[in-house]
Structures are given as structure tokens and as C-alpha cells.
Ligand binder design. Sequence first.
Ligand SMILES: Cc1ncc(COP(=O)(O)O)c(C=O)c1O
Length: 435
Amino acid sequence: MNAYEAEYSKKTPTSARLFAESAKMHINGVSHNIRYFEPYPFVVKSSEGGCLIDVDGNRYTDYWMGHWSLIQGHAPKHVVRSLHDQLEDGWMYGAVNEQTIKLSKIISGAVPAAEKIRYTASGTEAVMYAARLARTHTKRDVIAKVDGGWHGYGSDLLKSVNWPFKEPESSGLVGADNIVSVPYNDLDATVKILSGCKSRLAGIIVEPVLGGAGGIPASAEYLAGVQEFVHGCGALFILDEIVTGFRFRYGCMYESMPLEPDVITLGKIIGGGMPVGAVCGADEIMAHADASSADRSYIGGGTFSANPASMTAGRVTLEYMRDNQSTYDRISSMGARARSGITGVLGDEAADVTGAGSIFMVHFAAPGKRHTGVRNAEQAASCDQDKLRQYHLKMIAQDGIFMLPGKMGAISSAHADGDIERLVAASEDFKRHRQ
Ligand SMILES: Cc1ncc(COP(=O)(O)O)c(C=O)c1O
């Protein structure tokens, strides 16, 4: 056990005991693989604003923010009030409800490409539907994705997620031959690979900022070039905006690039932190979801899809962002300060501090390696992952700052300027006193 782990264990005895109990009933003690970290994850008791509070009473300034789904922090009062009222009226109708119509009016108003919307209970399902729509619409079978792209845990796209991007991520996958992966931010190489499967290509799915793979923005030229290529060969351009939708601006990121995606997947923020996903796009493409269509793409199962509680939390969250759009400027400038402040204090130790707007991620230079910035998942994976985990654990153990070890951080409107100063100071302390 290293010194950070020892300090962490000392302040989290109740978490240690409860987590040992959890591990008896749950594989690795968790239900989402990435929630486990060494020596054991703390157990959360409650949350408020920018903080998580664990069962030992430790407070952490939280930059994990519910898998980046909480743009207004934990339990904002206006969402609590609306959810409370909704719970009084029921939270699971399994039937058409007005709450869904209200949320869709907001999304349609902010995302012009969302001519039609179908909700799901998770982002994974939304992505699964997007791939199916592309195959139905084009009558082709290949879906392309970028190396390191995480689009959830569906059998189709669970390929080339983790370095070295060539091994299967799991046994039990189906149709992996129909998934082609391409290098992010390298247009020539991408076009070359896609040209090899042009006549079979149904679509490509890509995140405008690689989230799980390290908070790496795509260049506008890369996305525009990929879009031009796929449209030129009759395939669909699918943007996965599950992380980026309503994160950087009121609407999707594609409009600021500008791009013309055929299908968009949304999740996280649009449910205000409640379970949600959505696949949306042009009328003509979404029409395949019509149950009476002769050329039907089966889209629209899911017991919990469009449940009124998620729809309400999403609506209230988006209404707040619509009416307070300066929030985006504020959290983006905090993000810029976090990136430049951490870059300044880490100096050569950082291969790069990536991100955009309110998200940020440190990549530590691997020993003896010369890095010239991180522009794709391969470069991110070749950085010093162990140091990154130690950096995150140091902040959990010593500074009361939480980022899921190895994952990028997200700033919410509940964070304050002082939080960013403390984050930068903790980074400087890590460099100075690394154990
Ligand atoms: C870009 C992206 N797509 C899809 C998903 C899957 O969403 P969910 O976890 O809600 O199934 C995620 C989750 O982190 C994601 O980051």
C-alpha cells in the first residue's frame, strides 16, 4: 500500500467495511466497471451542490458529476422541487405523458437536426438504435467508429474502446466484423480505411469530444472531412452527443462546428441526471421507426423509456440552461482556468491538459517519452496511466477533490472559482511532493 492509499484508508474506514460487504454480492463490488478504483471506492452517503459526502463524513468537491451528467451540480433546488411534485403524481406511467412532450419541445427548439425523437432509458440503447437506423436506411451493414470511442456497452460498438484497440473488448460480441474502427483526428487515414468498405458502409458514429478516452476534442476539419466522405458514399453521419449535448452551449456541439449530422444521440444532461437516452434525427430517417413502416427498423422498446420522472428532471434542467445561458460562459471560463492553471503548475510532467469548455483532463508524460500533445486515444493511452491514477487518488486522499481515477473532470454551475484554485493548488502539490 502506498502513502496515498494509506491516508485514504485511514479516513474511509466505514467505506472499507461497507465496500467489503458490497464485494460479497456484486462482482468487483460495483455495477459499472469504471466505478471501482484501488484500494477500494468510497461509499457515497449523499450529495449537494458541487460535493459528494461519503459514509465517513468526508466531503469531496466532485468533478465526476454523475458520469458528467449533472451540469447544475447535485440536487439543485429547482429540479428537486419539480421532481418532488412529479413523484406525488407518479413516476412510472408506461404510457404517453405530457412530460415527454414538454421535454421534446425544448430539445426540438434547441437542436434543429432533431426533427423526430425517440427516448430510451440509457445512452447505450440510443446508440444501438442509431446503428440499427443507419443499417435499415442504407441497407448496408458496416458501422464505423473511432479508436477509443465509447458509445456504451451494446454488443455492436463494444469494439476498439481500450488500447491497443485491436482486441475484442469482451467475449459474446456479435457481428464484430461489421464494425470498422478508424483513427481519431487523422482524416487521411480515416478516409483510406473507409474507402476500403465504402459500398458496405451504413454510417460512422463519432463523439465531437472523445469523453471516456480522455476529453479530446475533434478538430472541426476532421469532422467536416469525415462527414463529407460518408455523405459522398451514401452513408449516415451519426454524432454521439451524449456527453457534449447541452454541455458547452444551449443545444448540441455540431451547430458550432458547423456540421449536418443525420442522426444524433443524446443522454446524460437531457435527463438532468435521471436515466435517459434519445436518438433523434431527420424525419426521413427516423420514419423507419414507424411500427407500420414496410421498411421498419425496430426502435422503441424499454420499460422505463420516457418515464415522467426523467422527462421532468430533464425539462427543468434544460429550461434553466435556456434561461441562464451565461452559465455556459461561466463554467467554460472556469474550465479554461483549470486547463491553463494545471498546465502551468505541472509543466513538463503533463503531456497535455485536454478538454473543452467545462471539461478537462490531465495526461501525464510517460517516462523518457517526448509528447507533442494528445490528439487521439492512442496518444492518451501511451501516457503515464499509473501517475494519473496516483494524481487522482492523492486529491481524494489529501485534498477532498474527486475525479473518478483515470477519467476526465466536468465543472458544473455549482462549482465556485475557489474550487478551481484548490484544484490547481492540489496539482502543484502533487508535483512537489509526489509520494
Ligand atoms: C459518448 C457516450 N456515448 C454513449 C454512452 C452510454 O451512455 P449510458 O451509460 O447512459 O448507457 C456514454 C456513457 O458514458 C458516452 O460517454
